[in-house]
Write a protein that binds this ligand. Structure first.
Ligand SMILES: Nc1ncnc2c1ncn2[C@@H]1O[C@H](COP(=O)(O)OP(=O)(O)O)[C@@H](O)[C@H]1O
Ligand SMILES: [Mg+2]
Length: 338
């Protein structure tokens, strides 16, 4: 009797060891730097989270430790900056398109993502289908008449902190010392709720842009080939350097993103050379991934969708997914294959 109890226990232990070994063996696939596996790992962490939340009880200490462990592993696998600002003082280069696409791509992969609109034109929230005229916005948050939690709206594309035209008075209205930290202070209150926070900025270098830079780990600078020029580079560099010197020494420029890229254009060599020169001056690189032109990009906002949800197989949608892979340390071959 005792014999069989013992052998049962042994068998059980052997099974446990085998299971643990299998888990350990399968672990390296998660940190393997290939796209499919990163996605699998992302899903794995997400599933754990859902499982814990589904239990419907307050997570116990064990769950908490497990969750923290899953998140640490995820961070190891996907070393992407948490606070990213999309910036360029020129309008029409694709800041809002890039912001919303990254937000939606992260959301699709199960990441907890917040998009922040700092442009008084309110395009980010509008494109995500929000009624920005009648919303509580980032302006109310800066004024102190609403909390940041009250202003954030969950959407199908990801959470959004919208903006509207009221924010255009920011430069004049918010003039007390420390005004460069308004956004950073607010985001700190909710940062633990998100894996990534993507900030869309106005076509300007003003107090709002500085607020975004102060709150960010890194910048992405979209550019459109038709208005690509060295003009304006020194202004953006001055702003970056000022922010680095006084407010945020760790601010990095992740890269120049070529948007509205036409592969057939004979001008392409010049475009690539010029963008490489711009990148050199900003001490950064041109992303391998370029975003191709498609009418689907212009159509999506009218449906309250991102180009990824509106036309997932269109060129720009595939390119933005590739951009996210590249940001996560997993470059795809360029030109893209379908
Ligand atoms: N890859 C693209 N293909 C086609 N149209 C694009 C592309 N990227 C942006 N656009 C269009 O260009 C315009 C400006 O883009 P937007 O993202 O609003 O720029 P910004 O925020 O820098 O002002 C929009 O009408 C948008 O639909
Ligand atoms: Mg915009």
């Amino acid at each position: 009797m005792e014999e069989s109890g013992l052998s049962n226990k042994r068998a059980q232990r052997a099974a446990n060891v085998k299971k643990a070994a299998e888990t350990l063996n399968s672990f390296p696939i998660y940190i393997d730097n290939t796209n499919r596996k990163i996605r699998a790992f992302s899903k794995f962490c997400f599933d754990i989270e859902v499982l814990i939340l589904k239990k419907g009880t307050i997570p116990g200490a064990k769950d908490g430790v497990f969750l923290a462990f899953a998140r640490i592993l995820y961070r190891m696998a996907i070393p992407m900056e948490k606070f990213i600002t999309v910036t360029n003082q020129k309008g029409g280069v694709g800041k809002t398109t890039t912001s919303l696409s990254l937000i939606n791509a992260l959301h699709m992969r199960g990441r907890r993502v917040l998009g922040v609109d700092l442009d008084p034109q309110g395009s980010l929230g509008f494109s995500a289908g929000l009624d920005i005229e009648n919303s509580t916005t980032v302006y109310d948050v800066f004024k102190g008449t609403a909390s940041v939690e009250q202003a954030i709206v969950p959407t199908d594309l990801g959470d959004i902190l919208p903006s509207n035209i009221l924010l255009s008075t920011a430069e004049l209205e918010f003039n007390s010392p420390g005004r460069e930290y308004m956004l950073k202070n607010e985001l700190q209150k909710i940062a633990h709720l998100y894996d990534h926070i993507i900030i869309d900025t106005p076509p300007a270098l003003n107090v709002l842009t500085v607020n975004a830079y102060v709150a960010s780990d890194a910048l992405i600078i979209p550019m459109a080939p038709e208005i690509l020029s060295l003009l304006g580079i020194s202004q953006i560099l001055d702003t970056i350097n000022t922010v680095r010197k006084y407010y945020n020494p760790n601010l990095r420029v992740l890269g120049i993103l070529l948007n509205k890229y036409n592969m057939r254009l004979t001008l392409n060599r010049e475009v690539l050379e010029l963008s490489a020169e711009i990148a050199r001056r900003l001490d950064t690189k041109v992303f391998e991934t370029k975003i191709r032109t498609s009418v689907t990009v212009a159509e999506a906002p009218a449906h309250g969708e991102s180009v990824l949800s509106y036309a997932p197989n269109s060129n720009p949608a595939l390119d933005f997914q590739n951009l996210l892979d590249e940001l996560m340390g997993n470059p795809r071959p360029w030109p893209p294959r379908r």
